[in-house]
Design a protein around this ligand. Structure first.
Ligand code: NI
Length: 160
């Protein structure tokens, strides 16, 4: 017969647990999700309207999406705060650099830094990635995922 006994984690045990969680073999990820509504059309200006319709179908027409954007960062847990990154700060970066610029806009005509790209979820996600990365602690940005619908998303990841 095996006897099992239970005891609370003592301070020494909790310290061991904290150190284990902070070891270099552990990756801690945190994430923030924001959303915005915007209009776009898939359009290559070098093609005729007919060719655009052939290539992009209905997406060549101006239409809207309820976009959802998720940004994942990684890092060590700061022992002072317990955070990898204050998610309020991450939210401020995402909202200030992206959401406030694109929400309730026509992405093809109203946002200067999106001009000249075919506005697929892939290209938009890449443009968002390049915009937020310099504003986050170096090397912390892991992935940025953009849902165009609840069925379609595109994701950009850091090279490993
Ligand atoms: Ni679309």
């Amino acid at each position: 017969m095996v006897e099992v006994t239970y005891r609370d984690l003592g301070d020494a045990d909790a310290g061991v647990a904290r150190r284990a969680a902070a070891s270099s073999s552990t990756t801690v990820l945190v994430s923030r999700r924001e959303s915005f509504n915007a209009a776009h059309q898939l359009h290559d200006p070098s093609l005729s309207d007919e060719d655009n319709r052939r290539l992009f179908g209905k997406c060549a027409n101006l239409h809207g999406h309820n976009y959802v954007l998720e940004v994942v960062v990684a890092g060590d847990i700061d022992p002072k705060t317990g955070y990898v990154l204050d998610l309020k700060r991450l939210s401020d970066v995402i909202c200030g650099l992206i959401v406030e610029e694109v929400d309730h806009r026509n992405l093809n005509t109203d946002v200067g830094w999106l001009e000249g790209i075919i506005q697929t979820a892939e290209n938009l996600a890449l443009a968002f990635w390049e915009r937020v990365r310099p504003e986050l602690p170096e090397g912390s940005l892991q992935s940025l995922k953009l849902w165009e619908t609840d069925k379609n998303w595109a994701e950009i990841r850091d090279q490993v």
